[in-house]
Design a protein around this ligand. Structure first.
Ligand code: FES
Length: 125
């Protein structure tokens, strides 16, 4: 049912944890299943210097978040915010149709974290 890459990221997820002094935090709940994802980013020169996540979610949510953190690390904020749900699922070799909604958590949480950073920047000006 799952690709080997999904299983690999599920059993060995990258960038799990919390960044205590994060520059941006995104928290997204999945209304379809009640799972929750939190994404923490550190930003330097408009680029994602570090990223970590934690989730109360299913295997697909863990795998998609893991690969999403790898996809945005070192990237510009504009690139990170444009990470699509489909790109995340594609990078894992696809997800079963009934699990596609799980990939939304990862990309939505990335966008929420960048938005949080941008709104904090605005408020500091
Ligand atoms: Fe909830 Fe996958 S079933 S995120």
């Amino acid at each position: 049912m799952y690709s080997e890459l999904v299983m690999e990221h599920f059993t060995n997820p990258r960038n799990v944890g919390v960044i205590e002094d994060a520059d941006g935090v995104g928290k997204i709940g999945n209304p379809m299943c009640g799972d929750v994802m939190e994404m923490f980013i550190k930003v330097k020169d408009d680029h994602i210097e570090d990223v970590k996540f934690r989730t109360f979610g299913c295997g697909a949510a863990i795998a998609t978040s893991s690969i999403a953190t790898e996809m945005i690390k070192g990237k510009s904020l504009d690139e990170a915010v444009n990470l699509s749900n489909k790109a995340v699922a594609d990078a894992l070799g696809g997800l079963p149709a009934q699990k596609m909604h799980c990939s939304n958590l990862a990309a939505d949480a990335v966008r929420a974290a960048v938005d949080d950073y941008w709104s904090k920047q605005k408020n500091e000006k």
